[in-house]
Every structure is written in C-alpha cells, then in structure tokens.
Design a protein around this ligand. Structure first.
Ligand code: F6P
Length: 335
C-alpha cells in the first residue's frame, strides 16, 4: 500500500523540458490524490533534507522556461551506501514513499540502487540532452539542444562560406553521437565524427583531400566523446597535414543545455510526467518511463543502466549518402 506522497527531483545535467516534467508530476499527482514534494538540487538536496511541499500553483509559469526550477547537482556522496541511507532517512521524515527522478544514466544508477536498498517506489524520467538512454527513443531536452546546434551551425556556415574555411564544430553528447549525427544531417555538414564509429580521422582526411576547390566551406561536426580526439585535437592533426586550408574551431559548449524548450520537449515531458504518476498508482517500482512509437512505456531501471543505446551503422551510411563528400564505403549503399 502506498502513502501517496511523492518526492520529485532533477539530477545530473539540466535539460530543457525538465520543468514541464516537474509540472506534470506535480499536477497529475495532486489531481490523483497524492501529496507532492519538491527536492532541490537533486540527490544532494535529498540527503540534506531540502524538501518542500509543492502546490499546483507553484509550478505555474515554468513550462516555457529552460533549466530546472528545482535545480540540479551531480552527487558523489549518493554513490555511497551511507549517502543513500541519509537520503532514505530524509524521505522517512516526510513519510514519502515514492520518488520520481528526472535525469540521465548516472542518476538512474543511483536511483536503481536506492530502489533496491529501500522500500521507496522509484520511477525514472529520462532527462538529458544526450538522448543516450537505452529503452527510450527520446530523452527530454534532446530536441531543444539539437535545434540550438542547428541554429548555431547555420550561422557558422555563413561565415565559413564567406571565408572559404573549414570548421570543426564540437557538440555535446558525452559518449554518444546523437546530437552530432543528427545536426550533421539537419545542417548539411560534410562529415560527422561520432564515438560509435572507428576510423573517423581517415574519413575527415578523405573529405578534405577530395575537397573541390570551388567549395566555399566544409563543416565537420565532432561529438565531444570521440576516442580519436576532440575538435581541438583533431583539427591540430589536420592542420599539419593540410597546411593550405584555413581551419577554425568552434566549441558550442553549455549553450546547448539552455534555452526555451521546444514544443516537442514540453509535450513529451508532460506525458512522461503523467505516465510516472500512473505508474505509481499501479504500484510500479524501479522503472523508467521510456518513449517508444510516440507512447510512454515502462523499462526496468536495471536494464536501462546495463544496456547500451547505439546508432545503427546503416543510419550513418544513409546520412553520408546525401553529403557532398561520400566515403568509398557509402557509395551505392542504397541499391
Ligand atoms: O549529460 C549532459 C551533458 O551536457 C553532456 O553532454 C556533457 O558531457 C556533460 O553533461 C557536461 O557536464 P557538466 O555540465 O557537469 O560539465
């Protein structure tokens, strides 16, 4: 039997749309007979007892704002059993027996342990711009971040064209290349360098050595977690090999995490928040609300943290098949 008291927190890197999820958990919770408590600064605030009751009106006016109104943190202490015990004691003070964690894989690793060690019903909602979580096609914040990157790269293209330059543009994504490959498609960039693939530097070399002299610009999108090096390191190697090219680097950085959430992020986050409350009504524990085929689904947290969400090789080949630079391997793949 559940107490009908939910704690909600955001954890790890913030992502646009997290506020829509907090709002949905709060409103759907209250409207279904729960008391809802906000926890500030993720697991850090949980261990410190920074917990307060949320009313429906407290989450008014936040759906359109970036960042997270509850704030967030990365906590090393919650990785320890002592830290998690402390967190449990704080929840017990308020009789809270359900916890909704909005975050990424690091946050879910802690959430899963916490759920196994305690009687708390933990439900995860995927919130990260990286889109790198197994069991969900989509994570909150990804769409907004992707659009931010597209706008930035379009601007870089204007100046690159004017100066006949080669740009290495580094985007976020940790060890995943979703932002890089999809912004490459959307911006018409010539090459994407992503962690999921080997031999990326050779691809960049081939692209530049076959570059048509009439071509005004070349844009190489580099995912930050690529083994062969980040944008700075790759460009240094290339500069030595191609001394005649004018090369510039642009690291987009944390601007990718901010800004007004897109309509898609707001809508999916809202449905995920509602689904989290439905899952609690159904007495579910240790699951993440995933998003598959435009529907919320339940995915066991232990599966989410164990399994890897990859980018299929043929997705990359198809993306390459519409670039001005087509690697040898990619030619004729559509046959
Ligand atoms: O996981 C989201 C993310 O923005 C990654 O893309 C990036 O590697 C990381 O967080 C940066 O984290 P921080 O803001 O703690 O430097």
């Amino acid at each position: 039997m559940i107490n009908r008291k939910i704690g909600v927190l955001t954890s790890g890197g913030d992502a646009p749309g997290m506020n829509a999820a907090i709002r949905a958990v709060t409103r759907a919770g209250i409207n279904n007979g729960f008391e809802v408590f906000g926890i500030r600064q993720g697991y850090k605030g949980l261990m410190e007892g920074d917990i307060f009751k949320l009313r429906s009106e407290d989450v008014s006016g936040i759906i359109q704002t970036g960042g997270t109104f509850l704030q967030t943190a990365r906590s090393n202490e919650f990785r320890t059993i002592e830290g998690r015990k402390l967190a449990h004691e704080q929840l017990q003070k308020y009789n809270i027996d359900s916890l909704v964690v909005i975050g990424g894989d690091g946050s879910f690793t802690g959430a899963n342990l916490f759920s196994v060690e305690t009687n708390i019903n933990v439900i995860g909602i995927p919130g990260t711009i990286d889109n790198d979580l197994y069991g969900t096609d989509y994570t909150i914040g990804y769409d907004t971040a992707l659009n931010t990157v597209v706008q930035a790269v379009d601007k870089i293209r204007d100046t690159a064209n004017s100066h006949n330059r080669v740009f290495f543009v580094e985007v976020m994504g940790r060890e995943a290349g979703f932002i890089a490959i999809n912004s490459c498609i959307a911006c018409g960039a010539e090459v994407a360098v992503i962690p999921e693939e080997q031999g990326q530097l050779d691809k960049v070399r081939d692209c530049l050595s076959t570059r048509d002299y009439k071509k005004k610009s070349t844009i190489i999108l580099v995912a930050e977690g690529t083994e062969e090096g980040n944008a700075m390191e790759l460009s240094e190697k290339i500069k030595v090999e191609f001394p005649k090219l004018e090369i510039r680097i642009s690291i987009l950085g944390h601007m990718q995490r901010g800004g007004t959430p897109s309509a898609k992020d707001r809508i999916v986050a809202s449905f995920m928040g509602i689904a989290a409350v439905e899952a609690l009504l159904d007495n579910q524990k240790s699951i993440m609300i995933g998003w598959q085929n435009e529907q919320p689904v339940h995915v066991p947290l232990n599966k989410v943290i164990k399994m890897h969400k990859g980018i299929p090789h043929d997705y990359l080949l198809r993306a390459e098949s519409i670039s001005t630079f087509i690697p040898a391997e990619t030619k004729n793949i559509l046959k």
